[in-house]
Design a protein around this ligand. Structure first.
Ligand code: FAQ
Length: 309
């Protein structure tokens, strides 16, 4: 084993952080870029479902909250692209890979937001699942990613609470508003469970990512944690999850839940979800519309550096 390899292995074994200056195996770099890029793309594409409701938020307060949340997501995306750049990735290339379908983003953002209750349910369940997945990533072995996660998780906690508070308000409203919340929960529950990825026995990356301490828990462990956390929150809210098999298992000390339709996750990841084409088309248009901004920024930087020289 070379000195460089030894340093890498020792850093992982000691639970220290790998930094951009450190040598890493190609596989580690590739996996880290894939995960960070997929995460960044998810934040950026994830602005669309809720962005859909900014102009129709029912009050100035709700609009201000939603605007702030969607702006936070843009910030998370940019922050994560910067982390990917520390591994040698090029931000422009990552965007190209996203809009040409060569890189993935989270399946969850391919579902439509049909009513304002969806905004609350995304905050509660989608941000809730994101936090469950991302808190352990604060201890991920790659320093810039782990540090990005600390700030991102703090903001996701605010997102989760605004969603839950929105739903509590709707549940105190009319019968029609309560029905709207239950309908949104019925549509988002299963896709939220799919956010954690395929089951462990069908997850090609988990074993290596756990060995490299990129991931700290398996997909199924985090999914179970999310279910256990969500059931009491649903009871407090007064809604049910659309799963007749969901019940407490005293022996395991966890909730049992029904079978997930993995064919749906496969379909949505491979581009055939309800909104995939629309999400990518919007992203492509926004990127092309932004061409002149990037050109102007480059021209400005060139002018600045030639003046300084
Ligand atoms: N959707 O072997 P595994 C947010 C892919 S939160 C799409 O298990 P891994 C906040 C996977 O990449 C959402 N693709 O993979 C927000 C792999 O692809 P490959 C984003 C999925 O990496 C809230 C293949 O399937 N969060 O944005 C999905 O070990 C509200 C095989 O899977 C993150 O990205 C999926 N659900 O584990 C924003 C967190 N699941 O190799 C706006 C960081 C799996 O074939 C509003 N990422 N795939 O190219 C992770 O923790 C991991 O990457 C997992 C997947 C757990 C997602």
């Amino acid at each position: 084993m070379s000195d460089l390899e030894h340093h890498f292995e020792a850093t992982i074994a000691a639970d220290h952080r790998i930094e951009p200056r450190d040598w890493v195996p190609d596989g580690y770099r590739k996996t880290m870029i894939r995960q960070i890029a997929q995460h960044a793309h998810s934040e950026i594409i994830g602005m669309q479902p809720e962005g859909n409701w900014i102009t129709r938020a029912p009050s100035l307060r709700r609009k201000a909250i939603l605007l702030a949340k969607v702006q936070d997501e843009a910030g998370h995306g940019l922050y994560l692209y910067s982390a990917a750049e520390t591994l040698g990735a090029d931000r422009g290339e990552l965007t190209e890979m996203l809009i040409s379908g060569r890189q993935k983003y989270s399946s969850i953002f391919n579902y439509p937001t049909l009513t304002f209750a969806d905004v609350g349910v995304i905050g509660w369940l989608v941000d809730g699942a994101a936090i469950c997945n991302q808190v352990p990533l604060c201890r991920s072995s790659y320093g810039p990613y782990a540090r990005a996660m600390i700030r991102i998780c703090k903001e996701e906690s605010f997102h989760q609470r605004q969603g839950y508070e929105l739903l509590l308000t709707l549940m105190r409203g009319t019968e029609a508003q309560r029905d709207m919340v239950q309908d949104a929960v019925n549509r988002w529950w299963w896709p939220s469970l799919m956010m954690f990825g395929p089951p462990d026995d069908a997850s090609p990356n988990t074993a290596q990512s756990m060995a490299w301490k990129i991931k700290r828990h398996t997909n199924d462990e985090l999914r179970q944690r999310f279910v256990d956390m969500s059931v009491p929150q649903a009871e407090k809210l007064g809604v049910t999850f659309p799963d007749p098999d969901l019940k407490w298992n005293a022996e395991r000390g966890h909730y049992d839940f029904g079978a997930i339709d993995w064919s749906e996750l496969k379909r949505v990841i491979s581009g055939d979800g309800p909104c995939n084409a629309e999400r990518i088309e919007n992203r492509r248009r926004a990127h092309e519309d932004g061409d002149w901004v990037r050109e102007a920024a480059i021209a400005h930087a060139a002018k600045h550096s030639s003046k300084a020289a």
